[in-house]
Design a protein around this ligand. Structure first.
Ligand SMILES: Nc1nc2c(ncn2[C@@H]2O[C@H](COP(=O)(O)OP(=O)(O)OP(=O)(O)O)[C@@H](O)[C@H]2O)c(=O)[nH]1
Ligand SMILES: [Mg+2]
Length: 239
């Protein structure tokens, strides 16, 4: 069974090498990593190519055109389907998503279509983070659950796994979010299309190397996207 881990990156040259190392050392059979890079000026893509040359592990998809976490996620999903992946994992490059949870995200797919790495189920946490970030995440979660009418504990988690058939049903090509709100857009679709969504506990840590790309504008866009998706459902346009 072929597994592909999709990692969108922008200026993560300090993180990608160690990340590829840790994922490789998990020893999951027939697993590879696809880094989806938006031509990062810090040379992230070149770092991945070098790593792949030396270790025969990892690959990079270099994007051109409009940058964005959402655009990169969508292209990564399409590439994963194109490459025949049976299971797809998506995760950040900054070690907030610890690779050691990949095996449990994958085994959860035995009886689910989509698995979320969750900070808010028993055994998960985000206590390493600044208080204001934790508060923001809690508020965003409450808002998303209310507007979408869903019960998942960690609606904002971008650490996820998908069965191939589930990803096909999510129809990544038609996802619209240019930025990080793609995470909510997918969850909304997964719920409305009746996919079985499960959660496994993860401990989330703040990034140590490199800078966050998440600004107030993206956060705001996330809130607007959630409302827009629900409004489109209520007043026409589908999910
Ligand atoms: N390809 C691509 N990747 C991006 C872009 N913006 C962010 N990323 C990647 O998406 C992942 C999440 O971005 P972060 O900047 O860590 O944002 P975040 O995790 O939501 O916010 P923090 O908690 O502050 O780190 C990282 O792997 C980034 O490198 C982008 O425009 N294009
Ligand atoms: Mg991050």
């Amino acid at each position: 069974m072929k597994t592909l881990v999709v990692v969108p990156t922008y200026d993560e040259c300090e993180n990608v090498g160690p990340l590829l190392d840790e994922i490789r050392k998990l020893g999951v059979p027939d697993l590879d990593v696809l880094v989806v890079d938006d031509a990062s000026p810090d040379g992230t893509a070149e770092r991945v190519r070098e790593y792949a040359r030396r270790n025969g592990f990892g690959d990079v998809l270099l994007r051109e055109g409009e940058k964005g976490r959402g655009h990169a996620g969508r292209e990564g999903f399409l590439a994963a389907l194109d490459r025949g992946a049976d299971r797809i994992v998506e995760m950040d490059a900054d070690f907030s998503h610890d690779p050691r949870y990949i095996p449990s995200l994958l085994s959860g797919l035995d009886d689910h279509d989509v698995m979320l790495g969750s900070r808010f189920v028993h055994g998960g946490s985000d206590t390493d983070r600044a208080l204001w970030r934790r508060w923001l995440t809690t508020a965003a979660n409450a808002y998303i659950r209310l507007v979408f009418g869903i019960g998942v504990r960690d609606a904002n988690s971008g650490f996820r796994s998908y069965r191939r058939e589930a990803l096909l049903r999510l129809d990544p090509k038609s996802l619209r979010s240019p930025g990080p709100a793609i995470v909510q857009e997918i969850l909304f679709r997964a719920h409305r299309r009746g996919l079985r969504v499960g959660e496994v506990p993860v401990v989330f840590s703040d990034r140590v190397r490199g800078d966050s790309k998440l600004g107030w504008w993206q956060l705001w866009q996330g809130y607007v996207t959630v409302l827009r998706l629900r409004a489109r459902e209520l007043f026409g346009g589908g999910s």
